[in-house]
Design a protein around this ligand. Structure first.
Ligand code: URA
Length: 233
C-alpha cells in the first residue's frame, strides 16, 4: 500500500506538493470516484485516473531469458535481433532493457527489466553480485590460470576484481567462472591472456539465482519476488 500523492508524483514526475495540489483540484479519481486527499492508501488493484486518463501503476518487471546465440544484449538495434525483440509479445512493455550485456554468441541467463535502480545495484562492481558462467575451452587451464584469476588480473589498463575458476567434473577444458563485474568480453579476454580460446560461454547464475533449467533457449519467464531476493543476496 502506498500513498496516493507519492504515486502521482512518481508517475507524473512532479513534486509531492504539486501532486497534492493536483489531487485537491479534483483532477484525480480512484476506482472512478473523485478524491481530494493525497494521504489515502492505494493497493495493487486500485485504478488511478488523472483527468479521466488511467495511470499505468504496474510495478517494475524482472524477466529471466535463456538467451540463445545470435541475439544482441540491447533494447534496440537497427541490424540485429535483440533480447527484447525475442520476448513473447505479452511480456513486452515500455522501457525494458537487459541488465548487463552478454556477447552475441554467449548464451544463458539474461535479466531483463524496466527497473534502472535494480539494474544498477546488480551491475555495480561495488555490490559484488556474482555472475557464474560455464566456459568451454579449446585447451585445458592449469593452476597458474586459477591463481591469476583469483589474484585479480589486469586487462588493458584495468585491474580486475578477483574471480573464481574451477573445472567442471574434473574436466579442465570446461570451466566454471564466477565474476562480480562486467568488463567488455571479460571472460574471453581473461582466458586469451593464457592463450586459451573460449569456444562457448553460458551464464548459469546471477547472485544466488540459477537459470530455470526448464527454459529452452529463447524462452523467458518472470522472476518471482522470492527469486529477486536471491539475486541481491
Ligand atoms: N565475458 C565474456 O567474455 N562474454 C560475455 O558475454 C560475458 C562475460
Amino acid at each position: 500500500m502506498e500513498r496516493l500523492d507519492k504515486i502521482i508524483s512518481h508517475k507524473l514526475n512532479i513534486t509531492r506538493s504539486e501532486a497534492k495540489s493536483l489531487i485537491k483540484s479534483g483532477s484525480v479519481s480512484v476506482n472512478s470516484l473523485p478524491v481530494k486527499s493525497g494521504d489515502i492508501k492505494i493497493g495493487e488493484n486500485d485504478k488511478i485516473s488523472v483527468d479521466g486518463k488511467e495511470l499505468d501503476t504496474e510495478k517494475f518487471v524482472y524477466i529471466m531469458l535463456n538467451k540463445p546465440e545470435g541475439v544482441v544484449s540491447a533494447s534496440e538495434d537497427k541490424n540485429e535481433k535483440t533480447v527484447i525483440d525475442i520476448l513473447p509479445e505479452e511480456m513486452k512493455r515500455k522501457n525494458l532493457f537487459p541488465a548487463g550485456r552478454l556477447d552475441k554468441d554467449t548464451t544463458g541467463f539474461a535479466l531483463i527489466t524496466d527497473d534502472g535502480g535494480f539494474a544498477h545495484e546488480i551491475l555495480s562492481p561495488k555490490r559484488h553480485v556474482e555472475k557464474t558462467y560455464i566456459a568451454y575451452l579449446d585447451k585445458p587451464f592449469d593452476a597458474e590460470v586459477v591463481r591469476a584469476f583469483e589474484s585479480g588480473m589486469t586487462l588493458g589498463d584495468e585491474r580486475l576484481l578477483p574471480a573464481k575458476l574451477s573445472p567442471v567434473r574434473n574436466d579442465f577444458t570446461r570451466a566454471e567462472i564466477v565474476i562480480s563485474q562486467g568488463v567488455y568480453h571479460q571472460i574471453k579476454r581473461m582466458f586469451k591472456k593464457f592463450g586459451i580460446t573460449v569456444i562457448k560461454l553460458n551464464r548459469i547464475k546471477i547472485g544466488n539465482l540459477s537459470i530455470d533449467e526448464s527454459l529452452a533457449p529463447g524462452e523467458a519467464r518472470y522472476i518471482t519476488e522470492k527469486e529477486l531476493l536471491l539475486i541481491k543476496k
